[in-house]
Design a protein around this ligand. Structure first.
Ligand SMILES: O=C(O)CCC(=O)C(=O)O
Ligand SMILES: [Fe+2]
Length: 205
């Protein structure tokens, strides 16, 4: 299937599809800014009490949280005491279109985690298993600085470079694959205020 830009999706492994330059970067970034004014980026902690490297916030009916009590989804932002900001329609539309293009129809995410990585920050290897609905895929959108994403498929690490505007979809046989992000690299022309942003859209319930 071809996307709107005429490129075919790249099948990285069964259930793992990379859609390059698939999103409207400027719109998404302005929506991240709008969400963060209502639900600020913060460093959540591991159950052991260690702050996570990536700063996070959420939008949509459910938000992923981590603290001393573990990892879970909450309808209320523990920082503000208010519901998470509404999921911008641009996020929902993109997620559905990306999932569909990757072969996962009828994706209805109810949670969008927004990760913000400073230079030098990554995310350790983990599996996304806090969702009750793991039939649905994960749609992961990259913005800002380039990331080196790694995913373990049948015991083998696949390295995927994710540039601004790229969307990675993983589901089906890859839904519970272990994955992580290598520390974001400094670029010659990158400013201290440059970040990598990631939208992770999931169906939690
Ligand atoms: O930032 C990314 O590309 C991946 C984020 C991720 O794996 C997660 O939030 O669970
Ligand atoms: Fe993840």
């Amino acid at each position: 299937m071809l996307d709107l830009f005429g490129r075919s999706p790249a099948l990285i492994a069964p259930g793992v599809v990379l859609l390059t330059a698939f999103s409207d970067v400027a719109v998404l970034k302005s929506q991240i800014e709008a969400v963060s004014l209502l639900a600020p980026f913060r460093h959540m902690t591991t159950p052991g009490g260690r702050p996570m490297g990536a700063a996070m916030t959420n939008c949509g009916p459910l938000g992923w949280v981590g603290d001393r009590n573990g990892y879970r989804y909450e309808a209320t932002d523990p920082l503000t005491g208010r519901p998470w900001p509404e999921m911008p329609s641009a996020f929902m539309t993109l997620a559905r279109r990306a999932a569909e293009t990757a072969g996962f129809g009828n994706f209805k995410p109810d949670a969008c985690l927004i990760n913000r990585y400073a230079v030098g920050v990554g995310m350790g290897m983990h599996r996304d298993v806090d969702e009750l609905d793991r039939e649905a895929p994960i749609v992961s959108v990259s913005l800002g600085l380039t990331a080196r994403f790694v995913i373990r498929i049948e015991g083998k690490l696949q390295k995927i470079e994710l540039n601004e505007g790229d969307v990675l979809v993983f589901g089906g046989p890859a839904r519970e694959a272990e994955h992580g992000v290598r520390p974001v690299r400094h670029r010659e022309d990158s400013q201290p205020t440059d970040f990598r942003f990631n939208l992770t859209l999931r169906k939690a319930r």
